[in-house]
Design a protein around this ligand. Structure first.
Ligand code: C5P
Length: 291
């Protein structure tokens, strides 16, 4: 019997995100530097008599009523490409806030795809998976790669980035769900300059200071609580505080794990209803095989 497979679905953090144009179909062209964090959801795939999908963890309740979770859609997509495959029990441990700009559903679906490819021992190169999964969401390609990268186009053009140091950060979400399409619609300018070239080692802080998240201004206009999260990160010592994706999760960068942990504790004590966690970026998502 195949072993149970556990796959990390890391939080996706847009360290910088410039909106550079719009396609005729309405999707926006992006230029974004993305890193992935230790903090994340977990997808477990196990042998079963029949297909099942269950959700547990701190944010499970918010998802259970949703008919259209991306994880079973990812499973069905693999069967569409491959043909019949044995039944599986999939469990999603939902640790990250829902609809919050840090990958969420896309990272879960990508982790499910990675786990199922291993579970069923499918010989799919990542390029095949990426092309097949794009209809599930524009963030799927970056989440399938789950390593530091530039993403361009609507997210389907991936350029891996080597050698970025691990970044200590605090993720802070003020508990407000922001609808991505509304944020894109509220953009004042859709034709912004692309990201500058990444400098060699040591220049990241200056590079970050030169860049933005273009979705931050429209998101703050729709959800002013995002400003509170950014202020809390800055007030607790973040060297940079910025929103990720279309929000509302914000990240603050810190010089050390200790400083990030202290800031996270202080912010959580002051804002008990927020999602706050200290974490750090990873080189790539890891996978464990449980026996
Ligand atoms: O593809 P995804 O489900 O993540 O996108 C949600 C919505 O966000 C899209 O329907 C679209 O309105 C908007 N979007 C966009 N440009 C992108 C990604 C998303 O306009 N690159």
């Amino acid at each position: 019997m195949a072993a149970e497979i556990v796959e990390h679905a890391p939080a996706k953090v847009n360290l910088a995100l410039h909106v550079t144009g719009r396609r005729p179909d309405g999707y926006h062209l992006l230029d974004t530097l993305v890193a992935f964090a230790e903090a994340g959801d977990r997808v477990t795939v196990a042998p079963a008599q029949y297909d099942s999908f269950s959700i547990e963890g701190p944010f499970a309740a918010l998802l259970r009523d949703e008919a259209d979770n991306l994880v079973p859609r990812a499973r069905d997509l693999l069967r569409d490409i491959h043909g019949a495959l044995p039944p599986v029990a999939i469990t999603l441990e939902k640790n990250l806030p829902v609809a919050s700009g840090i990958g969420g559903g896309s990272s879960d679906a990508a982790a499910a795809l990675r786990a199922l490819v291993r579970f069923w021992r499918l010989d799919f190169p990542i390029g095949t998976l990426v092309a097949a999964a794009l209809p599930l969401g524009a963030d799927l390609p970056m989440c399938l790669h789950a390593r530091t990268l530039f993403a361009r186009g609507i997210g389907e053009e991936i350029e891996p980035v080597e050698g970025l140091p691990p970044l200590h950060m605090v993720l802070a979400n003020p508990g407000v769900a922001v609808p991505t399409p509304a944020i894109f619609r509220a953009l004042a300018s859709r034709e912004n300059p692309p990201l500058p070239a990444l400098p060699g080692s040591g220049g990241l802080a200056a590079w970050l200071a030169e860049t933005r998240n273009d979705l931050e201004t429209p998101a703050r206009a729709l959800a002013p609580q995002i400003g509170n999260a950014l202020s809390a990160l800055a007030a607790n010592g973040a060297t940079l505080a910025r929103m990720s994706g279309s929000g509302a999760t914000c990240f603050g960068l810190f010089a050390s794990a200790g400083e990030a942990q202290a800031a996270a504790s202080a912010i959580a004590a002051r804002h008990p209803a927020w999602y706050v966690t200290a974490t750090r970026t990873i080189e790539r998502a890891h996978a464990d095989v449980a026996h």
